[in-house]
Design a protein around this ligand. Structure first.
Ligand code: NAD
Length: 470
């Protein structure tokens, strides 16, 4: 890795973009990406490359986002390494056609589901987890036998430079290509014909992506955001709740799509919860969080200004300090927050945690319902299995955690994705393999017998049909 390459932006031209896509289409047609052997070889190559570039990626994450090394490994490089190992060990099983039942009408025969690659994929990543949200879908695209064009965020130039070098050193661009650029280049990309677009980012840009995809009838996977609620019920184990909420909210300085956006705490435990929350924030990050080695920074000035604008100083329980030069915003808890406050008007995506109170679950459902999007995740702290079930059944969210936050995303056996405005489609592990594959249903009909039921002349055969098809 040549460190002096970092930060150097070189936008890909329109001509290059068109060529990359055309060459990938030709390459895909050769069938070279499809065999088990080639998929495994390329996954192994990517794993070696990630290990080689681990230090450079961590340094770039530090530069772009002030990301502590522990968080960089846990949620970026380590996450991807785990995902590759999982894909390598399970790929044979995933690729195997799956037997399914054959209905009476389609007998005698057998039915299987084959997984075929979609073809040429476009993967667009956001700024907040630039490594994980580039490589996790890429690993899945490779495992499913595809080619891919990758576009990272212009807000993380150091990470983009390392990713560009890693990709171009590891793969031929006819197989995996890296596109450097901003909105202009992404717009050109979106005008091309892809077989699948995998987009991670805001609902606003998600809508732009889906509109462009519709022109070519290209299927999309949209991994978007939303205001994810965290409910702390009266029977919650408060010490555990506070520890888990603090670590998941302030991870990556709150720039996490599945961070608990706001807390709804039961009135009877509100004061005890707030006292513990304040104590925990100070004990983890100290009175001056700007000196904590475990706390990241906001990615860009406009995001810094936006998040600062959401903080009402009169309602700050702990935190509230900021420094524009280093884009530092202290881990901040706001209390006595009302649903009409500015901080409740949009996805916060920063280290600000508003706390609202409730007395009955119907108030919780009302508040979640009034906010604009179906949340990407919903979190509940409660020991009651009845309450747990009620929350799962009632709140429409992409995913949920009981007595935890964020960590559902670390379990590759769970589908990860949104619902409604928080996204379309889910991935991770086999769910991702399915997302990047076409499930081809194949019926094989026996030839040792030819039942004349469906052939004309129909005569009175409808009476037999009525018996079979009811
Ligand atoms: P963003 O939507 O601003 O940008 C995402 C990508 O789209 C970037 O690569 C950017 O260059 C590109 N882009 C921006 N404007 C564009 C335009 N007009 N046309 C075409 N492309 C454009 O998102 P962001 O600010 O980078 O990330 C934050 C958002 O992403 C939050 O809403 C967060 O919740 C969401 N997110 C979701 C997940 C998930 O897994 N569901 C993960 C991380 C982030």
């Amino acid at each position: 890795m040549t460190a002096n390459n970092q930060n150097k932006k070189t936008a890909t031209t329109e001509k290059e973009i068109i060529e990359f896509v055309a060459k990938q289409r030709d390459f895909f047609k050769t069938g070279a990406t499809k065999s088990y052997q080639s998929r495994i070889e390329n996954l192994k190559k990517l794993k070696i490359a990630l290990l080689k570039y681990e230090t450079a990626l961590h340094a770039a994450l530090k530069k772009d986002l002030g990301k502590p090394e522990f968080e960089a490994y846990l949620s970026e490089t380590g996450f991807c390494l785990l995902e590759i190992s999982e894909s390598i060990s399970k790929l044979k099983r995933w690729m195997k056609p799956k037997w399914t039942l054959t209905s009476l009408l389609t007998q005698p025969g057998s039915s299987r589901i084959y997984y075929s690659p979609l073809g040429v994929n476009l993967i667009i990543a956001p700024y907040n987890y630039p490594v994980m949200l580039t490589f996790s879908p890429l690993i899945t695209a490779i495992a499913a036998g595809n080619t891919a064009v990758i576009k990272t965020s212009e807000l993380t130039p150091a990470c983009s430079a390392v990713i560009r070098e890693l990709i171009s050193e590891t793969f031929a661009s006819e197989y995996i290509a890296y596109i450097e650029g901003e909105v202009k280049e992404t717009t050109i990309l979106l005008q091309q014909k892809f077989d699948h677009i995998f987009f991670t980012g805001s609902p606003r840009v998600g809508s732009i992506v889906m509109t462009a995809a519709a022109k070519n009838l290209t299927p999309v996977t949209l991994e978007l955001g939303g205001k994810s609620p965290c409910i702390v019920h009266e029977d919650a184990k408060l010490d555990i709740a506070v520890k888990r909420i603090v670590s998941s909210k302030f991870l990556n300085a709150g720039q996490t799509c599945v961070a608990p956006d706001y807390v709804l705490v039961h009135k009877s435990v509100k004061q005890a919860f707030l006292d513990k929350l304040k104590e925990r924030v100070i004990s983890v990050y100290s009175e001056d969080a700007s000196r904590s080695p475990d706390f990241a920074r906001i990615v860009a000035d406009n995001h810094f200004q936006r998040i600062c604008g959401l903080i009402d100083p009169k309602k700050v329980l702990v935190g509230g300090q900021s420094d524009a030069k280093s884009r530092f915003i202290a881990p901040t808890v706001m209390h006595d927050v009302d649903i009409t406050d500015e901080v409740m008007s949009e996805e916060i995506f920063g280290p600000v945690l508003p706390v609202l109170e409730y007395e009955s679950l119907s108030e919780v459902f009302d508040i979640v319902d009034k906010l604009p999007q179906h949340p990407l995740a919903c979190y509940l702290f409660s020991e009651s299995s009845t309450i747990q079930q009620e929350i799962i059944d009632t709140i429409q969210s992409g995913n949920a955690c009981i007595n935890n936050c964020v960590f559902h995303a670390a379990n590759p056996y769970l589908p990860f994705g949104g619902v409604g405005e928080s996204g379309i489609g889910a991935y991770h592990g086999f769910h991702g393999f399915e997302r990047f594959s076409h499930k081809k249903g194949v019926l094989k009909t026996a030839t040792w017998i030819d039942i004349p039921l469906i052939y004309a002349p129909y005569g009175k055969k409808i009476n037999i049909l009525r018996k079979i098809m009811k």
